[in-house]
Design a protein around this ligand. Sequence first.
Ligand SMILES: Nc1ncnc2c1ncn2[C@@H]1O[C@H](COP(=O)(O)OP(=O)(O)OP(=O)(O)O)[C@@H](O)[C@H]1O
Ligand SMILES: [Mg+2]
Length: 625
Amino acid sequence: MLDGVFQSGEPYIGRNLPVSLQREGEDRLDERFINVIYQPIFDANGAVTGIFVDGFDVTHQKRAEDQLQSLNHTLEQRVEQRTHELRSALLDLEKETLERETAQVALRQAQKMEALGNLTGGVAHDFNNLLQVVSGNLQLLANDISGNLRAEQRLENALAGVARGAKLASQLLAFGRRQPLEPKVVNVRKLIQNMDDMLRRALGEEIELETIVSGGLWNTLIDPGQLENAILNLAINARDAMEGRGRLTIETANSILDDDYARLHEDVRPGQYVLVAVTDTGAGISPDIIEHILEPFFSTKTEGKGSGLGLSMVYGFLKQSGGHLKIYSEVGHGTTMKLYMPRTMQTEDSLADANAIPAKGGTETVLVVEDDDAVREISVALLTDLGYRVLKAHDAQSAFAIVNSGIPIDLLFTDVVMPGPMRSTELARRAKALLPDMAVLYTSGYTENSIVHGGRLDAGVELLSKPYTRDALARKVRHVLSNAQQHKIAVERLEREERPSVLKSQVQRHTALRVLVVEDEPLILMSTIDMVEELGHTVHEAKSAEVALGLVETQSIDVLLTDVGLPGISGIDLAQRVRERWPNVRIVFASGDDSAKAASGIVDADQLSKPFTIDSLRAVLAEAS
Ligand SMILES: Nc1ncnc2c1ncn2[C@@H]1O[C@H](COP(=O)(O)OP(=O)(O)OP(=O)(O)O)[C@@H](O)[C@H]1O
Ligand SMILES: [Mg+2]
């Protein structure tokens, strides 16, 4: 180095130079660090004549620096590590809090539902017992009054009321997890496939129905009838949420709910489940509503449209069956309702398959009209085999000849499209003119949608799509025949109602009034009409304000007796409109509370509190006359 400085004339500055020194009396080399300066000394000519050398040992300093540096480094590392640790601890904490909160919310919700369930279940139970007493006595009474047509009619009304009460009670029992269940080993795939027809009918043509059923689906132990009910309920909710337009997807899958899931959901046991998910593309459910939708009687639908018991029943039924209901919803996008039902290892119960239930036959007379010989012979054979008396024709004209011959026929079973001058619809119409009680069932290779909704047949007609199985034929024929039977009974009842009242002349003591009764509840409407008639007045009836407004245009009336809560225009609105155009018509509000009169602003309106007696009705009407 000295030589270098001497030759170049450039100074040399070395810092922290490592040198190995051997101290006197010691063998090993000692590593030291030094700083040195070699400064050339010049003469007058600029030649180097000497070198100034300065140097000192900086080992201590260097070691201290090194240490500091490594300390710095480790410190940085440790800070980084700590930060990381802290961050993940925070995340854990957040997650834990969230989990705890979710679990707490779930617990609170479950406790609320449990309490509500116990309450409703208990009430429904007692209610059912009371209904039992009422209906039992009513039925006994039937013997005592037989022959008295009016009394029989009232008894029938009362029994219809009891039936409605019983239905309500059974819905409440379902929510309260106390309904009698008949669990069977069910393969849900088949059950859903069997529901296809019913679902399509319930949904209407503007809603697309997609069923995605996975193979190898596990079995579950569940009441198949109630499960169908539950799925139908969800489908109807979905339809309402989509306002009749959209897509409904029903999916089935095997599903495992793990410990994590169970921890977050009160009352869920981890394990294997069969999942049915019902998804719609509807309005979705906002968060403040979603916590209430399982409660009985919670409904956002207009009065008369929803009882608020649908989801309550689904929920109670699943709980009672060891299952679980999970709701996902996004406002504006749609809703998924997931039904989890516990897996069973048992093999499928043959009863669970609706198709396996032996289809019932009958002994009625069926007229089969079909132009295709092979198809006709098969359906004739099937129906004969089911016990029916079968007549056959190969076109509409010859079928009509049979009808015209006067042979009693219970069911006309006809192909929709046939050659010949007479169309099947014309045949049905003309045949029904001769035999009004006869039922009609169409069959066609077209699907129901293309035929009925495509406008070729009236809505409400019955259609069996070809090809059909023996069971499908049997079921459909029974269904159509029982409908016709029911219709017949209803018509007979109607005719009986129209019979003039014997009592009328006896009570006709004061001026007869023309009373327009507006009431949407059929049972209340019926009994009100009865009472008004019994008091010797003339009755016009309307089930809605819209109908009533149409009526007052053409009929002159003295009294408007109206319910307040009507499906469309309210009773108050109706009263105001009537008062405006026909100021002489007396207004009577029949309602559960007495706010209607004040709300209407009609100062001379009268008020009948429900439930009202014939005496209070008499008093109100007496004022009007
Ligand atoms: N798929 C859905 N999309 C949006 N909202 C829904 C859906 N299903 C249920 N809801 C909401 O939950 C409420 C309660 O439903 P629930 O089936 O219990 O009663 P409902 O349909 O109103 O009456 P009911 O079923 O007794 O005729 C509904 O009124 C509606 O607000
Ligand atoms: Mg519903």
